[in-house]
Ligand binder design. Structure first.
Ligand code: NAD
Length: 477
């Protein structure tokens, strides 16, 4: 008897998340009641609202799910997609709870969904829909800097976050922290440097860390190190594009790219920027002159030779139907839920490694946390200390030069003296978070032979952290 399914809800994706949870829960020491409380979605708000179209009124279906209130506020993106449904939003909200715990970000998990294909609407219509969605959240107290803080997800970005911030601030005049009601805002509207690329940068750091471990790579027949590793990326949106960009910067070779219209492949490497330019000009990645093989069926692109596959589009892309054809040794989940539990088991049986979504794509929420802190403190990171640090370093360099008689080159001088910008602080804190979390997860994985995947280890880490929060509240025995 499955008792975690909300009455009337279709269950599939949420059910899968719960399967992962159950598998990990057996390696923790919490009572069944506490585990049920962690697993369950606390609040599911489903609503509809009308938007005036050209000829008639259109009724839009939408959701906001707050999975866990063990920490406040709750946090999670808003998905704009005509495929969105309650089960999906519940699953994504639950993943957010575990993700935040894994990277030590003090939020509960949440997620939102608006059931539209944004491609079918003008910017003016999208603005209307987004503002109305925000009003509905405000009416029910489902948004606010200390309540629930949305962010971008599939189909939404900085523009939508600006509309949300402005609507919330307008409805809460004089609220000093109003801009902390949403993250992923543009820099000019109190966003933070590095948020746009944070999820993809985090994916790239996760991959680099994973492939750096000699004994793990030996087990799967790869040489350690990121240099020269061949990568296929699915999805050229926010997460996919930046994952590809930073993996290439770290020394990997992007050999395949898959989008909705098809896939392209060149074992000698693809220039991601040039592919994007080609797509902008022609409307498709197909026909890119640097590609050696084009596939009209995008899914075929996933099955081409490579070391690492980064699914960064949507859930359920790697299933029992195609996982046997995947040639990659490592799957790094940029998207949420791209691999089904059965496919994961098969992939591990074949000797592969999956870097799980709840860790791999946590860079976004990590930098969202920094943005929220910046909004609450009303000051840019580094503003109070940068010039002071530069002057201190300058004094030190001058003193050392005076004592030793050795003069630094202008370049060496500048490199030592320079104080950190907000972007540098954000990127180094993100890297620190991703690297630490990887080793925490790997340690748990190695500690117990029965923990057979990095995902289970990541869930164990998350459940332990959330369980301790609940125990400290004194509600559970
Ligand atoms: P996005 O809308 O920016 O990009 C998604 C891309 O995937 C689009 O270019 C789309 O055309 C492409 N796509 C859709 N279906 C496809 C298919 N079948 N094959 C190939 N490509 C396909 O969305 P995003 O923000 O990059 O989110 C992608 C995934 O990453 C989602 O699962 C999301 O939940 C997850 N995620 C996003 C963030 C974030 O900060 N944006 C953070 C964590 C996780």
């Amino acid at each position: 008897m499955i008792d975690y399914i909300a009455a009337g809800a279709e269950t599939k994706f949420f059910d899968e998340v719960c399967r992962h949870f159950e598998k990990a829960a057996q390696f923790t020491n919490f009572s069944p009641g506490l585990l049920r409380q962690i697993r369950q979605c606390n609040s599911v708000y489903r609503f509809s609202f009308p938007v005036k179209g050209e000829n008639d009124v259109e009724v839009i279906d939408a959701w906001r799910v707050e999975h866990s209130h063990h920490q406040s506020p709750t946090k999670g993106g808003i998905r704009y997609s005509d495929m969105v449904n309650e089960d999906e939003v519940m699953a994504l909200a639950a993943l957010m709870t575990y993700k935040c715990a894994i990277v030590n970000v003090p939020f509960g998990g949440a997620k939102g969904g608006i059931k539209i294909n944004p491609g079918n609407y003008t910017p003016q219509q999208l603005e209307k829909i987004t503002r109305r969605y925000t009003v509905e959240l405000v009416k029910k107290n489902f948004i606010g800097p200390s309540i629930d803080v949305p962010a971008p997800d599939y189909g939404s970005g900085e523009r939508e976050m600006s509309w949300i911030a402005d609507t919330y601030a307008t409805m809460n005049p004089g609220q000093l922290d109003a801009m902390a009601c949403v993250t992923g805002k543009p820099l000019a509207l109190q966003g933070i440097a590095g948020r746009r690329e944070a999820t993809g940068r985090g994916v790239a750091i996760a991959v680099r860390e994973c492939v750096s471990i000699r004994e793990d790579m030996q087990k799967i027949g790869l040489m350690p190190g990121i240099t020269g590793k061949t990568v296929i990326v699915q999805g050229l949106g926010n997460v996919g594009y930046y994952s590809a960009k930073f993996l290439a910067e770290f020394g990997a070779v992007i050999v395949g790219l898959c989008e909705q219209e098809g896939a392209i492949y060149n074992r000698n490497g693809l220039d991601v920027e040039a592919v994007l330019r080609h797509r902008k000009e022609t409307g498709s990645i197909l026909g890119y002159p640097g590609s050696k093989e084009d596939f009209k069926d995008s899914a075929e692109g996933l099955e081409q030779p490579c070391d690492i596959l980064v699914p960064a589009a949507l859930e359920n892309q790697l299933t029992i139907n195609n996982v046997f054809n995947i040639q990659a040794k490592i799957i790094a989940e940029g998207a949420n839920g791209p691999t089904t539990p059965d496919a994961e088991a098969m992939f591990y049986e074949r000797g592969g490694i999956i870097i799980p979504d709840i860790y791999a794509n946590a860079g976004g929420v990590t930098v969202s946390y920094f943005e929220w802190l910046k909004n609450l403190s009303h000051v840019t990171f580094g503003r109070m200390s940068r010039r002071f640090e530069e002057n201190s370093s300058l004094n030190l360099v001058n003193t050392v030069e005076g004592i030793t008689g050795v003069s630094l080159t202008p370049y060496q001088r500048a490199a030592i003296i320079k104080g950190a910008s907000e972007l540098e602080l954000v990127n180094s804190a993100l890297e620190d978070t991703m690297v630490d979390a990887f080793h925490d997860i790997r340690r748990i994985y190695l500690q117990n032979e029965s923990i057979d995947t990095l995902r289970t280890a990541a869930f164990v880490k998350a459940i332990n952290q959330i369980g301790v929060s609940y125990l400290n509240m004194g509600i559970f025995p």
